[in-house]
Structure formats: structure tokens, C-alpha cells
Design a protein around this ligand. Structure first.
Ligand code: MN
Length: 483
């Protein structure tokens, strides 16, 4: 599938690079002890450092450094033993210091890569760098049109800015890249990836060029807060640029915003260059030096990556690749599956989880963490089918009721009398009664009308309200009719 855009003057190639701001999972901020909890009262989590009070000194949070290194290692990236914090100077009311502490020429993490899977196959996307920086506060203009309010709770929260190379060639690829990165961050436990709460935000640098030609002038689309918007914004922006160029115009380097309601990007401000920020090393902070031991300790405790886990699922549990891909989209799903597969038929477990449970969750609009049926409860249901206590058919009804009421499988099975009748002698007695009642049909069967077996099975099932073990019923019927 080609990702080129065909214009009236020929084909155009889209070139995209991402800058992802990922909020570091940490109890406290990058340079202060204030809490990072989401949803607190405005300005209730602000230390004097975060408020930019004169004379306050920043102190680096070791946990945030650890998380950035962990993320770098998860991306197979070079960890820089020495990195430097710089001041990025600009004025904005929600930035009380008058500068953001960030990293510029010497970031904590250097080059790495991320493997993504798209409809066109596998791609490896280059990661240029990750640097640590502070978040700004939040300006609120909507509550009262006569004034703007500032909430500094987010001021000073640690962000990892993860910068990709311009290796992406479509909105769909960019979406796959962000999705894969978010999954990785969640598996590493270094960012919760929650885009609604703003803990993962994405800027996209978009340009177009003749296929394989020189890079065009780019526009930066700021603060995309959903994967779907990222894709839509890139697709809109690429077509806009092609139209400008084909009309003989030029692309102006600028910052643009995506209007989700109208599905279009629009100009926000002309793009500032790095020199506008007057970066210089922050004199309040020493260069950050990491020991080999510190890095090695983090490397040793690195959790299994989503890729590794997916491959292990295929090998260890014998499930399909597409199923395994789905099971590693979230750490919670992978953990649920492992708990469910433990000591059971792993393929059956995968099938119950992906088809029945996720079907019900999707219909109810719930995430797995809100599921009324946990791995233990679902496992008990699967066991009841496996040991013949209930039939596969009744299991689906039992599951529906478990999902509805949160009751245990056995409770429902008993209340509804669904225990499968697997007592051979009892079934044989029922079979004999049915055959005695339908002597004419028995004669027809014996003279060659073997299709009637279904009729006899149906009669026995009816007598037991569907609870007779169908395999046993078939077996016994065949035996009796042959005699
Ligand atoms: Mn940034």
C-alpha cells in the first residue's frame, strides 16, 4: 500500500517526526517534593520551588532520573553518563520561573529505536534522544471570560521528552508509533500513558517532499492528546501542504494547532528557533553524573518488554501471533492472561479472554481494570467446562450472568440447575424410555434413516432441559440403536 499523496503535479511523500512529552511516573516532582497526584484542588501541590520564589534551589529527584534511564534502556538507547540541565527562557503566565529547566545539548538519553508494526509490515523508527524537563502550570481561560486563572499543580512535574527521527511516512504510521511507545512506557512503568489526563502529549513535525527528495519545510502541530487526533492532524496537514506547494506557494515554518471539531490544523504562531530561547546551563544544578553501577542496576531490573512477552506467549502458550499482539497491548491484559492460563488450557483461556470477556467489556464500555469478572472467577468457569460439570453452551449463559451480577460461576450453575448430567446409567435409562416411546422411528432408523439420530438426541436433551452430556447421549444412543 502506497502512502504517497498524488497531486496534480506528481506524487508527494509525507515525512513525520514525533516529539512526545511523557509524564514520569513518580510520587513527587522533578526538582521539589510536591506531590504529582492528578485531580487535586488547584494550587494545592505547589512548593516554593514550583512557584518560582526567588532564592529557592532545585534538587534533582533520583526516582525521575531512574525512570528516564529505564525508558532509555527499554528503547535500547545509549544512556549518557553525564548530562546537563539548561534553562530554556520564555515568558508565560503559567511559568513563574521565567524559564523551563530542560536539557538541550546534553540529554540524559541518546539514540535508540522502536519497532512498530503497521498494515504495511514492520518498521524500525529511530529515537533521537530523551531529555528530562519540567512541565509548566496550566492557564484556565474558560471559567470566567473577564480573567484567566493559573493552576501550578503541574508546574515542575517531570517530563521525558522523547524525540523520534523523521522516519514516519503517514498519519497511520505515526499513530502506530505513538501507540507502541505508549504500550512500552506502560510495561516499563515509567509513564501511565493516560492521554486524557495529559500524562502523554504528542507534537508532530510534518513536511512533504518529492519521494526520496530533500526534506521540505516542516510545520509543528502541538499538543495532540489522542492517537486518533494525531493521525487526523497529520493527514489534514500533509494535504494542506501539498495544496500550497502545488499552487506555487511556500510552506512557512510555524506552529499549528489541531481543531478536533473541524478536523483541521490552523496557524498558532510562527515557529521560534532554539536561539530564541537563550538556552544556558542552569547554574543552580550540577551536571548530572550517573555511575555504571546505577545504570547496570536499572538494566538488571528491567521488566520484560512487550515484544519479548509477545514472543514468549506464542512459544509458551501456543497461541496465535495476532492474539499475542492483542494480549500485550496493556500490561494489565498480559497479567490477566497469565493468571488465567496458569494451570489450564492456554488457548482456551486466550479465547475466553479475547472473545467473551472483551466482547462483554466493549459492549459495556468498560476497561479490563473495571471488569466485574476477574481472572480467578473466569478461570473457575473454564474449569467447570473442562471437567464436564457444565456444557460449553451453558457456560456462555453462566458467563453472561457472572458479568451482570458478579456472582461466582458455581453459584449460578447451582441456582439454575445447569450441572451437566454425566451419569451414564441415568442417561441410559432416559435413552431407553425415549426409544420405547418412539418404536416406529426406531424401526425407520434401523432400516437406514440414520438422520433420525438427531431426533432421538433432541428428545433426550429435552427431557434433561439441555443438561445431559451430549457426547454421552450420542454414544449411548448409537449403542442402543445398533443393538
Ligand atoms: Mn519539551
Amino acid at each position: 500500500m502506497s502512502t504517497l499523496i498524488s497531486g496534480s503535479t506528481g506524487d508527494w511523500e509525507v515525512v513525520v517526526g514525533l516529539e512526545v512529552h511523557a509524564q514520569v511516573r513518580s510520587e513527587s516532582k522533578l526538582f521539589s517534593g510536591a506531590s504529582t497526584r492528578f485531580g487535586a484542588e488547584p494550587n494545592s501541590q505547589v512548593s516554593l520551588v514550583d512557584a518560582g520564589m526567588p532564592g529557592m534551589l532545585p534538587v534533582i529527584n533520583r526516582e525521575c532520573v531512574r525512570q528516564a534511564v529505564k525508558t532509555g534502556l527499554g528503547l535500547g538507547a545509549k544512556i549518557n553518563r553525564v548530562s546537563v540541565f539548561d534553562r530554556k527562557n520564555y515568558f508565560y503566565p503559567d511559568l513563574p520561573q521565567g524559564y523551563q529547566i530542560s536539557q538541550y545539548t546534553r540529554p540524559i538519553v541518546g539514540e535508540g529505536s522502536l519497532r512498530i508494526v503497521t498494515a504495511d509490515g514492520e518498521r524500525v523508527v529511530g529515537i533521537e534522544r530523551i531529555h528530562l524537563e519540567q512541565d509548566a502550570g496550566k492557564s484556565m481561560h474558560d471559567q470566567d471570560p473577564s480573567r484567566s486563572l493559573i493552576d501550578l499543580n503541574r508546574s515542575g512535574v517531570a517530563l521525558m521528552e522523547i524525540v523520534s527521527r523523521p522516519d514516519l511516512r503517514s498519519g497511520a504510521e505515526a499513530a502506530a508509533c505513538l501507540r507502541t511507545l505508549r504500550t512500552l512506557l506502560r510495561f516499563l512503568g515509567t509513564c501511565d500513558g493516560n492521554m486524557q489526563e495529559g500524562s502523554l502529549r504528542c507534537d508532530a513535525n510534518v513536511s512533504v517532499r518529492r519521494p526520496g527528495g530533500e526534506l521540505g519545510t516542516r510545520c509543528e502541530i502541538k499538543n495532540l492528546n489522542s492517537i486518533r487526533f494525531l493521525q487526523q492532524a497529520i493527514e489534514y496537514e500533509a494535504v494542506r501542504q501539498v495544496e500550497v506547494l502545488e499552487d506555487g506557494g511556500a510552506i512557512i515554518q510555524e506552529t499549528r494547532l489541531f481543531d478536533a471539531d473541524r478536523g483541521e490544523t490552523r496557524s498558532m504562531r510562527s515557529k521560534e528557533d532554539a536561539h530564541d530561547y537563550r538556552y544556558f546551563p542552569d547554574p543552580d544544578l550540577l551536571p548530572l553524573e550517573l555511575s555504571e553501577d546505577f545504570i547496570a542496576g536499572i538494566a538488571a531490573s528491567l521488566p520484560e518488554s512487550p515484544d519479548a512477552r509477545r514472543n514468549r506467549f506464542v512459544a509458551q502458550y501456543g497461541i496465535g501471533e495476532a492474539e499475542a499482539d492483542f494480549l500485550v497491548t496493556e500490561p494489565e491484559i498480559a497479567e490477566f492472561y497469565e493468571a488465567l492460563a496458569d494451570g489450564r488450557d492456554a488457548r482456551l483461556a486466550a479465547n475466553w479472554l479475547t472473545t467473551e470477556l472483551f466482547g462483554a467489556l466493549n459492549r459495556a464500555g468498560l476497561s479490563l481494570s473495571k471488569s466485574p469478572v476477574d481472572a480467578g472467577a473466569l478461570g473457575e468457569l473454564i474449569d467447570l467446562v473442562a471437567d464436564g460439570t457444565i456444557s460449553g453452551r451453558s457456560a456462555k449463559d453462566v458467563f453472561a450472568e457472572m458479568f451482570e451480577t458478579g456472582q461466582a460461576a458455581e453459584t449460578i450453575v447451582d441456582a439454575r440447575g445447569l450441572r451437566q448430567l454425566s451419569d451414564g446409567a441415568a442417561i441410559a435409562a432416559l435413552v431407553d424410555a425415549v426409544l420405547a416411546e418412539h418404536g416406529d422411528k426406531v424401526a425407520e432408523y434401523r432400516s437406514g434413516k440414520v438422520k433420525l439420530l438427531g431426533f432421538f438426541v433432541g428428545q433426550v436433551m429435552k427431557q434433561t432441559r439441555g443438561t445431559a452430556n451430549p457426547q454421552l447421549v450420542n454414544e449411548i444412543l448409537r449403542g442402543r440403536l445398533a443393538g
